[in-house]
Design a binder for this molecule. Structure first.
Ligand code: SF4
Ligand code: SF4
Length: 494
């Protein structure tokens, strides 16, 4: 057990107005009316999309498998309620591009009837492998936004002999309070999930980091962990982006993840509190991940709050439930205001990664007009990744993307701290997001060109092979004819 109660240096970061008071004291609502239609995307995680196992017209129970995982990094998708599958087709994804992805459409029957559930009173009697198999089958992914399949992470933990499991209860993004409320209301379940994860990773200890602006959550978690010496609950300063794994690892353990390495390189793995709770439900109650707590906030929300929402619910229904004034809403954001995605429309589904929906007014998003850089270097001091935002932006502006990569563009986590502190209102993070997207598109185009070239080469080789076979066949036939003719001639002479 580390238990040094020692804290290490925080690098960079900012202190945005937390704006959490509107929802932090409200209990999580569980009376959100079940939507008549659900839109369940088959890719809600990092990795390959899930493959449907149901057909149009099938009746499904809540929790029943809709699509199974494919390949090493993937997660299955389950029915968030009972009803009938009405279609499996493309539907816009909750992403700034709203590009369509394969989606299962369901019409709910209002019964919300669960499939038969088996409970496991003693998960610690299960082997570590069995734990990760069951977590994988329940479709649990990282719920802090990363959406990496949780079972893959548990296996990684076991294989890499992880010494410390870090649990992120930071919730450093402004407005969001879904994790705060979950810790206040379900601390026992979260601690149980952490114990199951420790068992599933064969890891000796866990440290939970909670920002010091969540005293009620800290007390609840501390009480729930009191009987478990292997779990330490610690307060961390309210500081953005404290939820970034490298920042939390450095602060709580003093370990520095190498620039081109991973947390596992220093014997640490991080999960979010909501993921721990989902694992508790998956293992103790056999409940797959079919719903989540979503914070609905922002100046245009008449009744902001935290709500248990079935996956696949249209965001527009949540906006109506929270009495969002659409004429006041100037921007719709999924996630927090610093790292979240602006959505073009509200008819997009809630997915496993949807921690928050923000209906922001013009006042909340207005920045001063962009001015010339005054070389104040504030963006450099604010960068938690130790980058040079102003230099990267200048290179991107002059279309030298590779040169921006040379000075660290790929290490940028798009946290927005640099933009936040810039007195000239230069939207630095927008440059980095644009450059990352452009580089990915170029890489994809290059991959496509290479694949096309490979296919053309293969086709040419195939044609060559067939022509050669034909020529050989013709030569054989000719040789046979000549041999026959010669034999016939010889017979006639005799
Ligand atoms: S957005 Fe990127 S460059 Fe800007 S502060 Fe965050 S990590 Fe640094
Ligand atoms: S914070 Fe803004 S003005 Fe200051 S150096 Fe960075 S880009 Fe220039």
């Amino acid at each position: 057990m580390i238990s040094l109660m020692q804290s290490f240096r925080i690098r960079g970061g900012v202190h945005p107005d937390p704006k959490k008071t509107a929802t932090t004291d409200l209990s999580i609502a569980s009376d959100f009316p079940l939507p008549k239609k659900l839109y369940i995307p088959l890719q809600q995680h990092v990795g390959k999309p899930a493959e449907p196992v149901v057909r149009v017209g099938d009746y499904v129970y809540k929790g029943q498998l809709l699509a199974h995982s494919q390949g090493m990094i993937s997660a299955p998708v389950h029915a968030p309620s009972s009803g009938v599958v009405t279609d499996i087709a493309d539907y816009p994804a909750p992403h700034p591009s709203a590009l369509p992805i394969r989606t299962v459409f369901m019409e709910t029957d209002g019964k919300d009837a669960w499939q038969l559930l088996q409970t496991h009173t003693d998960p610690f009697a299960l082997s570590a492998e069995e734990i990760s198999l069951r977590v994988g089958a329940a479709g649990v992914v990282g719920m802090g936004g990363a959406t990496f399949p949780a079972a893959v992470k548990l296996n990684l933990g076991r294989k890499n002999k992880i010494s410390t499991l870090l649990i992120n209860g930071g919730e450093c993004e402004p407005y969001l309070t879904c994790d705060d409320r979950l810790m206040q209301e379900s601390a026992d379940g979260i601690i149980d999930g952490i114990r199951i994860m420790l068992h599933g990773m064969e890891t000796p200890q866990a440290i939970v980091g909670i920002e010091d602006n969540k005293p009620a959550a800290f007390r609840a978690m501390k009480n729930a962990a009191a009987d478990y010496r292997q779990i330490e609950v610690r307060q961390v300063p309210t500081h953005y982006p404290m939820g970034w794994d490298r920042q939390l690892i450095r602060y709580l353990t003093g370990k520095e993840v190498p620039a081109d390495g991973r947390a596992t390189d220093v014997g640490v793995l991080m999960h979010n509190v909501a993921t721990a709770y989902a694992i508790h439900k998956a293992i103790r109650h056999n409940r797959p991940l079919v719903d989540r707590v979503v914070t609905i906030a922002g100046g245009a929300a008449g009744s902001p709050g935290n709500i248990w929402v079935p996956i696949g619910t249209l965001i527009s229904e949540l906006l109506d439930y929270c009495r969002v004034n659409r004429t006041r809403m100037a921007r719709l954001v999924m996630g927090g205001p610093m790292m979240g995605d602006a959505l073009p429309i509200a008819e997009l589904p809630v997915v496993k990664a949807t921690s928050g929906i923000l209906a922001l007014t013009q006042d909340e998003i207005t920045r001063g007009s962009e001015q010339a850089c005054i070389r104040c270097a504030r963006c450099i001091s604010a960068c938690p990744a130790g980058l040079l935002p102003v230099d990267m932006a200048n290179r991107i502006r002059s279309n030298q993307l590779e040169s921006a990569v040379d000075i660290g563009l790929k290490d940028c986590i798009s946290c927005g701290s640099c933009s936040y502190v810039c007195p000239s209102n230069i939207p630095l993070v927008h440059y980095f997001k644009y450059a990352a997207g452009e580089l990915a598109a170029r890489q994809q185009a290059q991959h496509k060109t290479e694949q096309t070239k490979k296919l053309i080469d293969e086709r040419n080789k195939r044609i060559e092979r067939i022509e050669k076979q034909k020529a050989e066949e013709a030569a054989r036939e000719l040789a046979a004819k000549v041999a026959k003719y010669t034999a016939d001639q010889a017979e006639q002479v005799i």
